[in-house]
Design a protein around this ligand. Structure first.
Ligand code: E4P
Length: 227
């Protein structure tokens, strides 16, 4: 499963890239607005940092197909041809996806709350579909079940479209999809840090270090211990 960062704060993106095996970055208009800066400036900086080979998803704003297509052209022009253009899975969005597919522009069907949205996005030529796991849960439905159902539909019908699961609140939600063979998940920095934020883990490491220091002195490591 590919692992992407759902954030536009470059300091956070740099920190997470430094620590973890990250495949790319996703943004949406709300995430971009949190930076308080020009969206294209921010997006260009992220692209420059992650490199042109990394997965990068940026969303259109226009609500009609013609406008979405123009937004897609602007996104690809500024961020490179390999950029995935996120398009909401609504009727005008499917129209835009079909047209962009013919142009060879990569798309990600987003704002997915139902399996049939993903089915239509896949048939319209989207490379990825993004079910909103936690937002579905918040509505009283089961986001994990929706994502698994989409995966089953894609496999059953031999569709090449992948899932880019989004909107996570915790590690357990990501784990459930990892176990199911979902193609990609995008997670906020706090959720990603939460994968390994456990006092049992740090406690175990502290015991190892303390035991080593008992024989080798305080602050000793394998590189500094007497050979
Ligand atoms: C990604 O495509 C979505 O825009 C994002 O993951 C939504 O996350 P949220 O529900 O935490 O805002």
């Amino acid at each position: 499963m590919k692992l992407l960062i759902d954030d536009a704060n470059l300091d956070e993106i740099r920190r997470l890239y430094d620590l973890y095996p990250i495949d790319g970055v996703t943004t949406n208009p709300s995430i971009l607005s949190k930076t308080g800066r020009n969206p294209f400036e921010v997006l260009r900086e992220i692209r420059a940092f992650i490199g042109k080979e990394a997965d990068f998803h940026a969303q259109v704003i226009a609500k009609d197909a013609a406008g979405m297509i123009e937004d897609a052209h602007a996104i690809v022009k500024e961020l490179g041809e390999g950029t995935y253009v996120k398009i909401p899975c609504v009727p005008e969005g499917f129209k835009a996806m079909k047209s962009l597919k013919k142009e060879g522009i990569l798309t990600t069907g987003t704002t997915i709350y139902t399996s049939m949205q993903a089915y239509l996005a896949a048939k319209s030529g989207a490379s990825y579909t993004a079910p909103y796991i936690n937002r579905i849960d918040n509505m009283g439905y089961d986001g994990i079940r929706v994502a698994k159902e989409i995966q089953d539909i894609f496999e059953m019908h031999g569709m090449e479209t992948q899932i880019l699961a989004a909107s996570f609140k915790n590690s357990q939600q990501v784990l459930e999809l990892c176990k199911y063979g979902i193609g990609a998940s995008t997670v906020a920095p706090a959720v990603l840090d939460g994968f390994v934020n456990n006092i049992a883990i740090t406690g175990a490491i502290d015991v190892f270090v303390n035991d080593f220091e008992k024989i080798n002195g305080e602050g000793a490591t394998m590189s500094t211990a007497k050979k």
